[in-house]
Write a protein of this length. Structure first.
Length: 382
């Protein structure tokens, strides 16, 4: 009998939460054969990641996943064998009551945000009693003591095949309305939060000695684009400003966004989902971490940099740290960019080395499936 799963996701203000949940749901269905229901409170942002989604429907099935609108009042449904509470979203009260009445009770997982902080290694997998239920912490992470990262079985093979296929690369660039790269340019994808530092970076690119082609989804960093180029650029348009050529493209669904990361020389990413996918691309990347009150996000940023830079030569590590901090609001973005781009070859080699190390670990979906199988087996045996 196939295990059933309910994954609950609330869409807060960006795409990271639903991006992670959608990837996880698809992988659990396709690779592990589980029966998945994905409950989502707001389908409109979801539809930008999955254009086949019909935002008017209460129930639909896509990619082997039953997608349900999380409405209020919540319907009385039989809880699944496994219940995943993504990123601290509280379960509906009537659903939680039904969980307590199940025999055996479901495996209840609190899927936490990704963090490289050392304390995560000791907290991952711990129980959190919620009488009469027990919830378990599941922390994604970068070490074998955590839940790992989302990585489909064929992801790296697909990336290698795509990057080695010149015809596929040409077809991809044409599909988003762009010419193939010139040998002397740096091609960069830019996905970040709206920030004054984006304008400074774009201006630095426009006066730099090397041509830079920047690809940005429509609606992203609109303030910076307007300051540099005038009225908000339209999708499909290309703008030339000195050494910078900027292409505005439609917001890409997840699979095509992966290919954009694979095709570019360098990627600027934000939040959690694109942050992880940039690491699987094996290209230099820069992370715009989600700002939090009291600068809590800087602790998380430094924790990741400590891991990521551990095998870098000190000069390269220092330059990477300086630019990442400048991009996140602490430093001169234009000045730090010049030093950062000079290390492009070394940073590319390091990105590949880092990817290879991460790929040796078990992926998140497999770790989560193993944990839940063990929890359910122990409950049946007792």
């Amino acid at each position: 009998m196939k295990l059933s799963w309910d994954i609950f996701c609330t869409v807060v203000d960006n795409y990271g939460d639903i991006g992670v949940c959608w990837r996880l749901a698809r992988q659990l269905a396709s690779e592990h054969g589980f029966v998945i229901r994905l409950w989502v409170d707001d389908l409109t942002p979801f539809a930008r990641l999955c254009p086949d989604l019909d935002v008017t429907q209460e129930l639909q099935t896509l990619r082997g996943v039953a997608i349900r609108r999380w409405c209020k009042p919540f319907p009385d449904v039989t809880p699944a064998d496994v219940v995943v509470e993504a990123f601290g979203c509280p379960l509906p009260a009537n659903y939680r009551t039904a969980m307590a009445l199940q025999s055996p009770q479901p495996a209840w997982i609190n899927l936490e945000y990704l963090s490289a902080e050392p304390w995560v290694n000791g907290t991952h997998g711990l129980p959190s009693p919620q009488p009469p239920l027990t919830r378990y912490f599941f922390f994604p992470g970068f070490t074998s003591d955590t839940g790992g990262l989302l990585r489909e079985r064929s992801l790296l093979a697909q990336r290698d095949e795509f990057q080695d296929d010149k015809a596929a690369l040409r077809q991809f660039w044409a599909s988003i309305g762009m010419p193939i790269p010139h040998s002397d340019e740096i091609r960069v994808s830019l996905f970040c939060y709206d920030s004054a530092y984006a304008e400074a970076l774009l201006r630095a690119w426009s006066v730099g000695p090397k041509p830079i082609t920047c690809i940005v989804p429509q609606g992203i960093v609109t303030r910076a684009l307007a300051a540099l180029l005038g009225p908000e650029p339209m999708s499909g348009a290309a703008y030339v400003h000195g050494s910078l050529t900027l292409h505005v493209i439609p917001f890409l669904e997840q699979d095509r966004y992966d290919r954009l990361l694979w095709a570019c020389d360098m990627n600027f990413v934000r939040g959690e989902d694109s942050f992880v996918r940039a690491q699987w691309a094996g290209r230099p990347f820069v992370w715009h971490i989600y700002p939090q009150q009291q600068d809590v996000h800087r602790i998380k940023l430094n924790a990741f940099l400590d891991l990521y830079c551990a095998d870098l030569l000190p000069p390269h590590a220092q330059q990477l740290r300086s630019f990442w901090h400048a991009w996140n609001g602490q430093g001169d973005v234009a000045a730090e960019w010049r030093g950062f781009v000079e290390q492009q070859i070394a940073l590319t080699n390091h990105a590949i080395h880092w990817l290879q190390r991460l790929s040796e670990q078990t992926d998140l979906a497999a770790n989560l499936a193993a944990l839940c199988n063990n929890l359910l087996k122990s409950r049946v045996s007792t």
